[in-house]
Ligand binder design. Sequence first.
Ligand code: NDP
Ligand code: HSE
Length: 445
Amino acid sequence: MIEYRNLRVALLGAGSVGAQVVKLLLQHGDELAQRSGAGLELVGVAVRDLDAPRTADIPKHLLTTNAEELILGADIVVELIGGLEPARSYILQALNSGADVITANKALLATHGPELFEAAEQVGAQLYYEAAVAAAIPIIRPLRDSLAGDRIQRIMGIVNGTTNFILDRMDTAGESLEHALATATELGYAEADPTADIEGYDAAQKAAILASLAFHTTVPIDKVYREGITAVTLDQVEAAKKAGYVVKLLAIAERVTDPATGVEGVSARVYPALIARTHPLATVHGGKNAVFIEAEAAGDLMFYGAGAGGVETASAVLGDLVSAARRHVIGGPGVAESNNANLPILPIDRVITRYQITLSVVDQPGVLAAVATLFSEHDVSIETVQQSVAPLAPAERAGDTELGATLVIGTHQAAEADLSATVLALAASAVVHSVTSVLRVEGNE
Ligand code: NDP
Ligand code: HSE
């Protein structure tokens, strides 16, 4: 029988994810020791309430409310508390004492990542965070290691399960956003307060992490452009379907050449966008996540799976635990986070993409030409136009005109700044009753 060196593992948090980490670690400890070359001894589990119900059996003697004491003397600290504080202070305490740290905390990494990576580098420790983006899906390690020799052009991720569930219900079951959100809450996908999900904050944190890794550049959360899904209507989803698209909340990290200066930079953004139904991301249903990567040499890659869930997320945490243990066995300093490219981070108005604009217009000769002129005056090239005639809404009727036309205009690639100016001009035009919908179109198909 092989005698392994023992590594002391301190766990902070025993909620949805933490309790499952305890369960799997206690269940499969021997196997994990064989894979790591070291025994993984769980020395304690810090929680707030010693008597709170848990989703897995945790031996009572392991529970403590004294996280700081638990961190002292640990070789590896696993932070599964969530939020900014005290998680940040605990991680700094652990790193400063030379322990490796594993976290699933995207909010903390997107806000204080550079400080934490710097602290790890100072002492030669390593900060692991595979579970922080898309939970069970291996995406951090592929970006950091497997694709480190390639040049990534763009990442498009469905990285929030709650919003994907809601948009999918709207698309497949014809539910309104409110109804789909209620279903998501009932089935346990959405939190009691779903703001972080539906307003895109959660996806923006993940976009910041993905963009930083992919482009070797620190991308702070306040540089990520963000729109949530609350303005998406069932009409938009149904019109998208008829046109061969599906609406998805996308977290996009892209290498972009600034149209104003010609300088290469990074764009990180989150918004609901149209994606062709033939695109691999269109097949991601329900609460599932997927990350689609376009790399210069590797081509297109897609990573798919569970982006949430206690046991699923615990899988990624335990993968990090094995990596950390192997590193301890081999010895040597941790690998510093690569941020040396230091590319400029471009604001949303420098982004170039395609758009679909829906207009309610007056139905009379010359209207199409007037609308087309506004696009060309702002340097936006039209690719497709579809027109249908229908009764006007009462508020849009003028005199005895009861009919109006709906124009659905698809553009070629255009700069966001030019598109915004076009939309303003359209809204002010006498031939346009209203701009009903403006959605970006993403993906190369
Ligand atoms: P939970 O809210 O279910 O659990 C949090 C745990 O932390 C609880 O056990 C709580 O103790 C403990 N805790 C909170 N504050 C303190 C404190 N001050 N001192 C000690 N313990 C404390 O969170 P999750 O398990 O859902 O999430 C953990 C992390 O994983 C978060 O960063 C989250 O973003 C991330 N994550 C979660 C996913 C998921 O599907 N749940 C998916 C991907 C990432 P007590 O139980 O006593 O209240
Ligand atoms: N609230 C997140 C989601 C959990 O819906 O995907 C995982 O980060």
